[in-house]
Ligand binder design. Structure first.
Ligand SMILES: Nc1ncnc2c1ncn2[C@@H]1O[C@H](COP(=O)(O)OP(=O)(O)O)[C@@H](O)[C@H]1O
Ligand SMILES: [Mg+2]
Length: 372
């Protein structure tokens, strides 16, 4: 096992800067998820850890060794990709054993390791099969087996579940989490899917492209536990990226004394967390974030401090246990939640909804950072 330390890591392809100022660490035995939109550099960083991309700036350490110039095969890492890259002419056993044979391990040792991995992954009855006779989930398990038998210090996963259907994805998500807990191997897992990130990661690193609009000088927007990111997003990007449906982000104005917020036609008191910061920003514009579960119908919620907003229903998404309500207030579409067994409004109806005041998040409209 090993920790991974990023110190000011950077990557350029020719003139184009893709990764900038990446500084953070993955702890020994930790399951770290890199999440962010397509093109933000997740695979690039993973490939830098694996040694498949050169490092343009900064320093990368695995354990207590700087690995910037260490050959991939000497990094003691196993990688699992989205495309399983199984050898079609080899059976399951030989696919799993392949890396060990290359490394010329003794035949007995190989047999033992493949057997143990196959049992762990429920592949013991399938060792003679060729990949084409396996389901998608079974193929993905073979790819996992190939990584496990190496007994590496670090597992790297690059969107390993993207090719699976929704049901299998949920199942494999749980299997990989269980496997990681059992093996306790330091793991970096890349995905663009924030639900995968929330459900699998001990911690999550949220990334964003360095090019285009990015108020920070790095790809790393925030690194923390799933609930840290959910409850206290550092900036608007993380606030919007983590959570479904997305957080509502609305322009608002702090009152001249900094104790309340003008939102639409109403006023809401500044919550305790932001009291100091709001005083410093009094009379100025802010961005107010509020999650859909904190916007509810008056007869369905029991919140001590609320502001009422009225709007016109634009869309309803009944999900069974609840309905997602999209309603229009002034020029903004807000998203809230209704208990679906209550009477649901119709499109075009006027609804009166409650905002839970102490659940607000406030951000600086220019820097996009959480007010502190
Ligand atoms: N070999 C390459 N040459 C030039 N640009 C590249 C190369 N590989 C990736 N990129 C660019 O680097 C950025 C990050 O890519 P990537 O790490 O694959 O993102 P992600 O995995 O988050 O989708 C993208 O803009 C991509 O076009
Ligand atoms: Mg990628």
């Amino acid at each position: 096992m090993a920790s991974i330390l990023f110190e000011g890591l950077g990557k350029n392809y020719g003139e184009t800067e893709v990764i900038k100022n990446l500084s953070f660490s993955v702890n020994d035995g930790e399951f770290m998820v890199f999440v962010g939109p397509s093109g933000c550099g997740k695979s690039t960083v993973l490939r830098m850890i694996a040694g498949l991309e050169t490092i343009s700036a900064g320093q990368l350490s695995i354990g207590d060794r700087v690995v910037n110039d260490v050959h991939p095969k000497d990094r003691d890492i196993a990688m699992v990709f989205q495309s399983y890259a199984l050898y079609p002419h080899m059976n399951v056993y030989d696919n799993i054993a392949f890396g060990l044979k290359i490394r010329k391990l003794p035949e007995d040792d190989i047999r033992q390791r493949v057997k143990a991995a196959a049992e762990l992954l429920g592949l013991d009855q399938l060792l003679e099969r060729k990949p084409k006779a396996l389901s998608g989930g079974q193929r993905q398990r073979v790819a996992l087996g190939r990584a496990i038998v190496r007994n590496p210090s670090v597992f790297l996963f690059d969107e390993p579940l993207s090719n699976l259907d929704a049901e299998l994805r949920v199942q494999m998500r749980a299997e990989i989490s269980k496997l990681q807990r059992r093996l306790n191997t330091t793991t970096v897992y890349v995905t663009h899917d924030q639900v995968e990130a929330m459900t699998m990661g001990h911690r999550i690193a949220v990334m964003r492209p360095i090019s285009g609009h990015n108020p920070l000088d790095t790809n790393l927007m925030q690194c923390g536990t799933p609930m840290d990111l959910y409850d206290r997003p550092d900036n608007i990007f993380v606030a919007h990226f983590i959570g479904t449906p997305n957080m509502n982000i609305l322009p608002a104005m702090l009152s001249d004394d900094g104790t309340s917020i003008h939102l639409f036609d109403g006023q809401m008191p500044v919550s305790d967390e932001f009291r100091q910061a709001a005083l410093a920003m009094r009379g100025r514009k802010v961005m107010l974030g509020i999650r859909p579960e904190h916007i509810g119908a008056a007869h369905e919620v029991d919140w001590p401090l609320t502001q009422t907003v009225q709007g016109k229903v634009e869309m309803l998404e009944p999900l069974g246990h609840e309905a997602i309500l999209h309603f229009k207030v002034a020029d903004h579409i807000l998203v809230g939640r209704l208990h679906s067994h209550g009477r649901l409004p119709a499109i075009g109806d006027t609804v009166s909804m409650q905002l839970k005041c102490d659940a607000m998040h406030l951000f600086d409209p220019v820097t996009e950072q959480r007010l502190r």
